[in-house]
Design a protein around this ligand. Structure first.
Ligand code: NG1
Length: 476
């Protein structure tokens, strides 16, 4: 199969990285042929992303501003007549997974890489359930994968795998779901793995556009591309603190989502009492002028007065909501398996979480405007403010990320912040294009060599300049 050069050009930094990219696809196809002994196959890819700004706003119904990047999961696959799915990876540390398509696919253990593919297949068969298809109507597939998105680094390798699995499963069954609809479907489908995430990652991995960032709004999902001004680059740097959602970070992540739901519930109750009508508020993002019919600054002042700074206990929130603590836990603190999230020893920090989310939503709007006006100094300032809020109010940073951000700013970045869920993973920094090389050299010296004491030949998998690329696709 000949891969057309426009595929490489839209999805990679082909001018500078040509040999590596060609070699990667060659290796992937060879691996597929050797493993499955098949000559007919399809090729597909799904990119990771960096989030320029808008952290932990998506599951609160507020916008985000990410871009799909030139790091992805590529695959070679072919349909299988029986309903079996076989997954392999060119990286042998991801050992083979096999499962059958059935009405309710049992997950592997928490954190297993095969669950991301299962999540997508389950999401697709559920989608077709009411549409005259049963699970026995689906063909399976055999897949070889190759990924170069750093893992557990906040660049969404997990959603890339979910999105890719959905696309190739659909293709194997000659089915198609419009990408915007598929993005919403896969956002819900990924909850299968246990995260209570929003819809940013799946949407940008599917709908990304070369040389553009996407402003993504939710409820309903809407995507607005915005051109990235020439002359600037985003550089991702991995703190090398693993933020694997299969470990502690999963609980930390879900706890933030729960705190936000509780803050929205408490504010709904109080605002409904004040305005003497039942308000349609489920998420922090619903607390807006449109729904409350009062100006934004009044909403802000009232919310400031309602929520107190000290952390809340479950029983205090229950008393505020006028329901029992167990009912409160069942409504707002449930895990996917039905068990209840334990009450954190330090309590639920409703006020700070609320403040971060509201202000971060505003920063996304400000950044979108700044991008459109080519005002990259303003954009950099907003990135810096976002990091401070992620660190102080949302508490998703860590000493290494803070250090990396500090070094990045001292090394010429116009703005620098953590990207993605936090608790480790990557930072992104905004640079004038002609300063990128010196920046990478300096950060390599000050962070990787001096701070982490890491001596090696090549640091290019840790710190790299990002190109905005197209969303996921299947080459046919
Ligand atoms: P990453 O960084 O990929 O773990 C997570 C969520 C996003 C969003 C960000 C924080 C998933 C799949 N992804 O991203 O929806 O909430 O955190 O902004 O849950």
């Amino acid at each position: 199969m000949n891969i057309p050069s426009h595929f490489y050009k839209a999805n990679y930094d082909f001018e500078t990285d040509r040999a590596r990219i060609l070699n990667r696809y060659e290796r992937l196809i060879d691996n597929f042929k050797a493993k499955y002994d098949k000559k007919e196959f399809f090729i597909a890819r799904a990119p990771g992303r960096i989030n320029l700004i808008g952290e932990h706003t998506d599951y609160n119904g507020l916008p985000v501003l990410p871009m799909a990047v030139n790091r992805d999961i590529a695959s070679v696959f072919s349909p299988l007549e029986d309903g079996k799915v076989i997954l392999n990876n060119t990286d042998s540390s991801f050992t083979e997974r096999q499962f059958y398509i059935e009405a309710s696919i049992p997950p592997y253990n928490e954190g297993d890489w095969g669950n991301y593919c299962k999540a997508a297949v389950q999401g697709v068969i559920d989608h077709y359930k009411g549409k005259g298809k049963t699970c026995r109507d689906f063909k399976g597939l055999q897949i070889m994968l190759d990924g170069d998105i750093p893992l557990a680094a906040g660049l969404s390798s997990s959603s890339a795998l979910v999105v890719l699995s959905a696309l190739i499963f659909l293709k194997s069954n000659s089915l198609e779901i419009p990408k915007l609809e598929l993005a919403g479907l896969m956002a819900r489908a990924e909850h299968y793995v246990g995260t209570q995430g929003g819809g940013m990652d799946q949407a940008v991995s599917l709908l990304g556009k070369a040389d553009h960032a996407l402003k993504i709004d939710f409820n309903p999902l809407q995507v607005t591309p915005v051109k990235l001004p020439p002359g600037y680059k985003m550089v991702a740097a991995n703190s090398l603190v693993q933020a694997a959602k299969s470990e502690g970070a999963l609980d930390q992540y879900n706890r933030r989502a729960i705190e936000c739901r509780l803050a929205a519930a408490a504010l709904r109750k109080k605002f409904s009492e004040m305005l003497k009508r039942e308000l349609p508020i489920r998420l922090i993002g619903d607390l807006n002028t449109e729904k409350l019919a009062i100006p934004e600054d009044q909403i802000r002042d009232l919310a400031e007065g309602i929520l107190h700074r000290q952390p809340y206990s479950l029983s205090e929130i229950a008393a505020l909501l006028e329901i029992t603590p167990i009912e409160t836990a069942k409504r707002y603190c449930k895990k996917r398996d039905g068990s209840l999230f334990p009450e954190p020893a330090e309590g639920f920090k409703l006020k700070n979480r609320y403040r971060h989310v509201k202000a971060e939503g505003k920063r996304v709007e400000g950044s979108f405007k700044a991008l459109k006006e080519n005002n990259m100094y303003e954009f950099g300032n907003l990135m810096n403010q976002s990091h401070a809020s992620c660190r102080d109010l949302y508490e998703i940073s860590c000493p290494e990320l803070d250090k990396l951000v500090e070094i990045s700013r001292e090394s010429g970045a116009l703005g620098s912040r953590l990207t993605g869920a936090g608790f480790g993973g990557c930072t992104i920094s905004l640079l004038e294009s002609d300063k990128v090389e010196a920046f990478i050299n300096r950060v390599t010296q000050l962070y990787y060599r001096d701070f982490l004491n890491l001596e090696q030949e090549d640091y290019s998998s840790y710190i790299f300049s990002c190109k905005a690329v197209n969303g996921a696709d299947v080459l046919s």
